[in-house]
Write a new protein. Structure first.
Length: 276
């Protein structure tokens, strides 16, 4: 059964970090509908002044962050001792778990284009030990499907596997659609599924969806995406089973109760936030 659109969210201009201009797509008002996806930010700029101030060292607890670049370069460093760079066509997957400090500092490039996704952790994994790993371009298989290309960031597509999530089994595809082309994607009926038009417009469920828009689907097992006749499109596909757990959100920390949020900030103030 074809999934139908039940909600659309148009991204809005925002400033975060030390002054990074970005597009905020999903946030606190969307967590129940998009569960287990918490936040989605999109970066798209040819002006380094929009992003080079970056995201200096800051804490996270209770979530995972996935950063993916179509174009650009970001240096990463964290309290586990990891240091590295993600470049065009690469991603990073960080499990904050019980607590981590990290920074992400974009570097000047001709264009910065990508996204960061916050993925909620289930209650039994909120305090899991933090982890970080790079997803290189070689780890993201590109599958040709007719005229379309599906890059498998995580999960599986027709036998090609991307990164293996260690907690929430989230599937992420980067789909390139030449003008006028169509792709049909099968989906698990138990999963929440949404797509994000990161570049160009797309036709979804008979509707023309503008660039930088998230589209949430209802029940079903199939999604059909089409580029318009006049231009190519780049669409990100996200799918995962909802957690259906309480959410308490305190800035960079997302837990299940207000008491857990208060405890996290107490840990920060006392210098006991990190367990590593």
């Amino acid at each position: 059964m074809e999934r139908k659109i039940i909600k659309t969210v148009q991204g809005v201009a925002a400033i975060d970090g030390a002054g990074v201009r970005l597009t905020r797509v999903l946030g606190r008002n969307d967590v129940e509908a998009f569960d287990p996806f918490l936040m989605l930010d999109s970066f798209d700029s040819r002006n380094p002044d929009d992003y080079v101030r970056g995201f200096p060292m800051h804490p996270h607890r209770g979530i995972e962050t996935i950063t993916y670049l179509i174009e650009g370069r970001i240096d990463h460093e964290d309290s586990l001792g990891n240091k590295g760079t993600i470049a065009s066509g690469q991603a990073q997957w960080m499990t904050a778990g019980g607590g981590i400090l990290h920074q992400e500092m974009p570097k000047e490039t001709p264009r910065m284009l990508g996204f960061q996704l916050w993925l909620n952790l289930p209650s039994h994994d909120k305090m899991t030990p933090p982890q970080y790993y790079d997803i290189t371009q070689e780890m993201i298989p590109a599958v040709q499907e007719g005229e379309a290309t599906v890059r498998v960031i995580s999960g599986e597509y027709k036998g090609s596997r991307g990164a293996e999530p260690r907690h929430v089994q989230a599937t992420l595809y980067d789909i390139s659609l030449p003008a006028g082309s169509t792709i049909e994607l099968e989906s698990d009926p138990a999963e929440n599924v949404f797509v994000f038009t990161i570049l160009g417009e797309a036709l979804v469920d008979g509707r023309q969806v503008p660039e930088k828009t998230a589209v949430l689907f209802g029940e079903g097992n199939k999604v059909t995406l089409q580029a318009t006749q006049g231009a190519d499109a780049r669409v990100i596909y996200y799918a995962a089973k909802p957690l259906r757990e309480p959410i308490s959100w305190g800035g960079p920390i997302v837990m299940n109760t207000r008491e857990e949020i208060n405890r996290a900030f107490d840990d920060l103030n006392r210098g006991t936030f990190l367990q590593h």
